[in-house]
Write a new protein. Structure first.
Length: 300
C-alpha cells in the first residue's frame, strides 16, 4: 500500500477541543493524506472520538508511558509515513483548504522549506480574538520570503509571526532530529518557543512561502501552558538562547541585529523583576537570565 503524501499529525492531550480539531483534519479537500493521533491524555475521550469517526485514514496510538509535550510531538513525527508534515494542535482548527493551500505553497519553488499562512486567533467558543499581535499578517499578498530575511525578522521582533505548529507544513526529510527529539537544538530543549526553533532550523536551509489567506485557527484559552508563571520565565530564557543559536546558524549576522534580538528578553526580564511579586527562586532565575543577556550586551 502506497503511503499518503501528507501526514496530518495530532499530538493529542486536550480532550475538550480534540473532536473539533479531528473533524477539521477529516474535512480537508486534499485527498492524499493520513491522520496520525498520538494520545497522551489520561482518559479515554480522545480514543472514543477517534473510534466514533470510523475513518480509515486515521492511525491511532495510545502513548504508554505518556510522552509529555515535546515527546508527543516527536512520537507523531516518527510515526508519520508521508513525505510532508502537517501538525495540528489538538485545540486548533484547519480550514478545509489548508493542506491543499500549503502543499501548493511548498511546491511553488524548490528552494521553499517552510510553507505557512495567515492564521486567526479564536477563543474557547470559537469566536475571533481581536488585537492578537502575533497573528498579524506578514504580508497582504501571498509571497516567497528568503529564509534569512524571515528568520531575522521574527528573531529581532521576538515574535512568532510565522505561526504555531498548526500553521505550517514542511518536508519530513528536511528535519534532522537531535538526540532523538524534534524540539532540541544545540543541546537545548525548547518548549515555549518549540515551534519557532523548528521554523528557524528549516529557514536556515531554504525559503518560506506565505499564503496571505487564513488557513487555520489558533485557539487561545486559559488551559494553555504558556499562561503559567513557570512558562513565562522559560519564554524569556528561550528567546535569548534561540537568538544565540540562530546566530551560529547564520542569522543575525550584523551586530545591531543580534543586539536587537536579545534586548527584548532583557527588557521582559527586567520588567518582571521590577513589577511582579515573584517567589525567591523565580526571581533568582530571572535575575540570572537578565545578567547573562546584559553581559552579552556589555551593559553590566
Amino acid at each position: 500500500m502506497t503511503a499518503a503524501r501528507v501526514s496530518v499529525l495530532i499530538p493529542a492531550y486536550n480532550e475538550r477541543f480534540f473532536p473539533a480539531a479531528l473533524a477539521s483534519a477529516r474535512a480537508q479537500t486534499f485527498a492524499d493524506l493520513e491522520i496520525v493521533v498520538c494520545d497522551d491524555s489520561a482518559g479515554d475521550a480522545i480514543e472514543m472520538a477517534v473510534r466514533a469517526a470510523d475513518d480509515a485514514r486515521i492511525r491511532y496510538q495510545r502513548n504508554r508511558p505518556r510522552r509529555g509535550f515535546g515527546g508527543n510531538f516527536t512520537e507523531c513525527f516518527l510515526q508519520a509515513r508521508g513525505e510532508l508534515i502537517k501538525f495540528l494542535n489538538d485545540d486548533d482548527l484547519l480550514a478545509p483548504q489548508c493542506v491543499a493551500g500549503l502543499v501548493a505553497a511548498l511546491e511553488f519553488d524548490p528552494r521553499v522549506t517552510l510553507a505557512t499562512s495567515r492564521r486567526r486567533p479564536i477563543d474557547e467558543n470559537g469566536a475571533l480574538v481581536p488585537g492578537h499581535l502575533a497573528s498579524a499578517p506578514i504580508a497582504h499578498v501571498s509571497c516567497l520570503i528568503p529564509g534569512s530575511e524571515l528568520g531575522n525578522f521574527v528573531l529581532i521582533n521576538s515574535l512568532n509571526l510565522i505561526g504555531e505548529p498548526t500553521t505550517a507544513l514542511f518536508r519530513k526529510r528536511d528535519v534532522e532530529l537531535e538526540a532523538g527529539a524534534l524540539f532540541t537544538w544545540g543541546g537545548r530543549d525548547y518548549h515555549c518557543l518549540a515551534d519557532l526553533s523548528l521554523w528557524i532550523r528549516l529557514l536556515a536551509h531554504g525559503h518560506a512561502f506565505y499564503q496571505s489567506v487564513a488557513l487555520s485557527d489558533y485557539r487561545v484559552h486559559a488551559g494553555q501552558q504558556q499562561a503559567s508563571e513557570t512558562m513565562d520565565v522559560a519564554c524569556i530564557a528561550e528567546r535569548f538562547h534561540l537568538a544565540c543559536r540562530a546566530r551560529e546558524a547564520g542569522f543575525l549576522q550584523e551586530e545591531a541585529q543580534f543586539r536587537a534580538a536579545i534586548t527584548m528578553p532583557l527588557r521582559m526580564a527586567e520588567q518582571a523583576l521590577r513589577e511582579r511579586s515573584l517567589p525567591a527562586s523565580t526571581r533568582a532565575e530571572l535575575d540570572g537570565i537578565a545578567s547573562a543577556i546584559a553581559q552579552r550586551l556589555g551593559v553590566r
